[in-house]
Design a protein around this ligand. Sequence first.
Ligand SMILES: Nc1nc2c(ncn2[C@@H]2O[C@H](COP(=O)(O)OP(=O)(O)OP(=O)(O)O)[C@@H](O)[C@H]2O)c(=O)[nH]1
Length: 305
Amino acid sequence: MKILIVDDTNTDRLLLKMYLSKLEHDVIEAVNGEQAIIQYIKDANELDLILMDVQMPEMGGFEAVSKIRSIQESRNLEWVPIIFLSASAEAEDIDEGIRAGGDDYLIKPIHQKVLSAKMLAMQRIADMRHRLILANNVLEAQASTDHLTGILNRRALETVLDREVARSKRFESAFSFALFDLDHFKRVNDNYGHDAGDFVLAEVVKRVSQGLRSDDALGRVGGEEFGVVIFNCVGKKARDACERYRQLVAEKPFIFNGIEIKTSISVGCVAFDIKTDSRESIYKKADVCLYEAKGAGRNRVVYQE
Ligand SMILES: Nc1nc2c(ncn2[C@@H]2O[C@H](COP(=O)(O)OP(=O)(O)OP(=O)(O)O)[C@@H](O)[C@H]2O)c(=O)[nH]1
């Protein structure tokens, strides 16, 4: 485990460190409450346990833990178990410590057997937390992914767009948003079947992905409609990017079970206007451009500055 020991008494801290290191734990140290908070902010998502002395000059253990818990809450950081170590066995102190956000309370001097038993229990909790974090990451990835194509789903792309809108307004950075839709895609399904349609959708994504810059965000926003957030890019460069996506789809047919299937995309793209646009308005404008591209004959790009 990665353990933060907080104690102002050098000998106590060093003894504890020596003992925990022998048990093969990775130990970091802080000598008061203030330092503990700084270490916690730095290592929050890696820490498995905090051992916190109670009596310390400047900021004592109860205050430090109460601050750590509110930072954890406000910044949405991982929960870390905290055990107080104190010479006081008063019921009031134990009560105050647990209320401040501690999870356990050990009375000094701590018998080595008790400490190693506690570490065993904490290791079990740490293992369980790691499993939970992994499972959570998998769930989060699944919740933001479109299963057919493996790219972002609508909700996740809208989150990216929201973030970019906020960033653009704050730093006056430029970006464009494109919507594209497969042309006459209904015919692909009608002529070759739904499996062929699914195949073409996935292949279109692969081809367009080849034309994206690595940090641009591509998502599936509807059945055969996709969105791209094109970061730091407006004007001719954004139009060229969309033209690249269009060409990659149209340049050669897709081969499904030996059958050649031709398709193309129409693209509507707009530059974000820092003064007047919101996520909703840029989305609507891109949709209007896409509609124009369809109306003008499909397999083309309509870009609006
Ligand atoms: N295979 C497959 N087809 C889908 C999926 N989602 C939507 N579609 C199909 O996409 C087609 C969309 O048809 P329309 O909205 O008429 O559009 P279109 O035929 O592409 O014509 P234009 O957009 O006007 O060029 C419908 O046949 C839908 O069933 C999907 O996940 N898989």
